[in-house]
Design a binder for this molecule. Structure first.
Ligand code: NAP
Length: 285
């Protein structure tokens, strides 16, 4: 068997084409959705992620602005910037690029963003809404994974999904979203003694670890859907996921490549949340 390769670029393109129409409808009412990004420090990967987010905004007609702050800036400086953006009516979405320097309290920063502008879906109000099945903004990466599963008609209800990783931004919300859709969900982490005991039973496996070859072909059930969220930089500079792609693709039914799988969907879901925020604001006017 050779797995169907899930094309995140194709799905993103289709979703973004529809977003352009939604932005067009908002602009007829004099609303241009706006995203503000705060970038603290000069981490190379963060710079690339922010640049890609800004380009994506341009591609669908969303306004964007980046506030750059020095690595040694005070926590107060970030908080002040957030308060200014919270009160700016032209800004529908605020994103603080993570990770932040160690002297800045990430929880405090994320909880200062107004929940209505929290397009990353990390504020505890939005996390709580998701837990109770009433989310406004789903975190972008797991939201993108759900869109991919739906696009390829991968059944979720009644199936066993295994999520490897339990971070607040990927693993935990991923598990909750699968649970919400009726999957039976197992969540594994670095202390799980033998991952394969879980993954061999799974219809859907999502890896969100950040280590090479966490999942190999011999660890999965034939026909399983394998979603690789991980990003690992190889010595030659290229990117690879958590999954041993070559062995997994001979056993799985669906597999996401890295790059070109989940990555493009994450940014597309950021656009989705920003446009949605503008639509909600318009509805309230
Ligand atoms: P994270 O906060 O470092 O979490 C990694 C998780 O993996 C932790 O829960 C950890 O368990 C678990 N883990 C580590 N080693 C393990 C092992 N050998 N077996 C099982 N579980 C193990 O990372 P993250 O922010 O969730 O991101 C995960 C990966 O996804 C990274 O490579 C990141 O770059 C990538 N990512 C990609 C996108 C995208 O758009 N494609 C978006 C976000 C993140 P413990 O909790 O027990 O330590």
């Amino acid at each position: 068997m050779s797995a169907k390769v899930v094309d995140g670029k194709l799905v993103s393109r289709e979703l973004r084409a529809r977003m352009k129409d939604r932005v067009g409808s908002l602009m007829l009412k004099d609303i241009k959705p706006g995203l503000a990004v705060i970038l603290v420090g000069d981490d190379a990967a963060s710079q690339v992620y922010v640049r890609n987010k800004i380009r994506a905004c341009d591609s669908v007609g969303v306004n964007s602005t980046v506030k750059r702050l020095a690595t040694d800036c005070s926590e107060k400086a970030v908080l002040n910037e957030l308060i200014r953006l919270n009160n700016d009516p032209g800004i529908n979405g605020i994103l603080v690029q993570l990770p932040l320097p160690k002297h800045i309290d990430e929880h405090k920063i994320l909880e200062t963003i107004r929940p209505e502008k929290d397009v990353d879906g990390f504020h505890k109000v939005n996390v709580g809404a998701m837990v109770t099945g009433n989310a406004t903004f789903y975190p972008c990466t797991p939201h993108g994974v759900m869109k991919l599963l739906d696009y390829y008609n991968v059944r979720i209800e009644g199936r066993h999904a295994v999520v490897i990783g339990r971070s607040n931004i990927v693993g935990k919300p991923m598990a909750l979203m699968l649970l919400e859709r009726g999957a039976t969900v197992s969540i594994c982490n670095s202390k799980t003694p033998d991952l394969s005991i879980f993954t061999r039973q799974a219809d859907i496996v999502v890896t969100a670890v950040g280590k090479l070859n966490v999942l190999e072909g011999g660890m999965i059930k034939p026909g399983a859907a394998v979603i690789d969220v991980g990003i690992n930089r190889l010595k030659n500079g290229s990117l690879a996921g958590d999954v041993d792609y070559e062995s997994v693709r001979t056993v799985a039914g669906f597999v996401t490549p890295v790059p070109g799988g989940v990555g493009p969907m994450t940014i597309t879901m950021l656009l989705e949340n920003t446009i949605r925020s503008a639509e909600i604001t318009n509805f309230r006017r």
